[in-house]
Ligand binder design. Sequence first.
Ligand code: KG4
Ligand code: ZN
Length: 340
Amino acid sequence: MASQKIYILAIESSCDDTAAAVLCNDTILSNVVANQSIHKAYGGVVPELASRAHQQNIVPVVDQALKKAAIDKSQLHAIAFTRGPGLMGSLLVGTSFAKSFAFGLGIPLIDVNHMQAHILAHFIDEKDYKKPPFPFLAMTISGGHTQIIKVDSYFDMEVIGETIDDAVGEAFDKSGKLLGLGYPAGPEIDKRAKLGNPKAFAFTKPKVDGLNFSFSGLKTAILYFVQKQVKANPNFVEEHLNDICASIQYTIVGILMDKLKSASKQTGIKHIAIGGGVSANSGIREALMSGEQKFGWTSYIPKFEYTTDNAAMIGIVGYLKYLEGDYAEQRVMASARLKI
Ligand code: KG4
Ligand code: ZN
């Protein structure tokens, strides 16, 4: 099996990115993402618009992925798709497309858990990229999730900590919205944080038991802080934007690192991986790298293109499941709240 070339088409449509990728075994031949800019005007993802945009994008995105990979659909061995978690209307577009395409081609259909995919993206074969050995800890940080997961093998994962309210990406995006930044604000806060002083303003970290997280209090603290400062100086936000962004990022990274340190101590595992959109953040990347010296960790940080939502990560899970003959049936349903 290993010497055979397995071609897999992967489709991701769980939120507001329509994505398709073609893999040959564990290497990526193409990785196409169509972002939906329509949501910017609303300051957040509008589910109904997302699902409509997926319908418009899916055929051209798949077509482009096949063309870029120089693979004809007749060469495909299987179609992998995101079954969940995500927005139901969005998931349905990818799910129904994948089902009909696999049925039409007479090839296996493979369902993929989006959160598992953020973790297993580390097993995409890339030059000079070391893959984590089992067991390792994975922190998935995105717009919808914040979890620490103990990964014992590809499909044996245990959630050992998670957010009890907002996801960390939401903390970035909602804080940014308060500051008048566009959606999603995470990348903009990151950019500005590089130009500001992380210790300019102090925000208290939430006290949450065990390995769980909470971010809703931070958002409120930032809101009150901004309101108070603006009362005294209406131009406060404009005048201190970089420092505010740096301080918010510093606080959020501190919250994430505190829990990761505890998780590593508790499990004795020092191989630490991150995944999900927020792992593109320069502050968390630096903190994780410095953990190598400070705590004797080996850190695993995915390539940028595999951090935010993409289909390459769906494809690698598809390939691993293909090797095990773990296929989905045609009656498989999208699942908005699918768990790891
Ligand atoms: O994984 P993802 O693309 O979609 C979800 O599954 O949610 O994550 C999107 C989230 C958004 O909240 C966005 O603001 C955040 O990732 N994000 C960042 C950065 N790049 C993306 N947050 C902080 N710093 C970044 N550089
Ligand atoms: Zn995601």
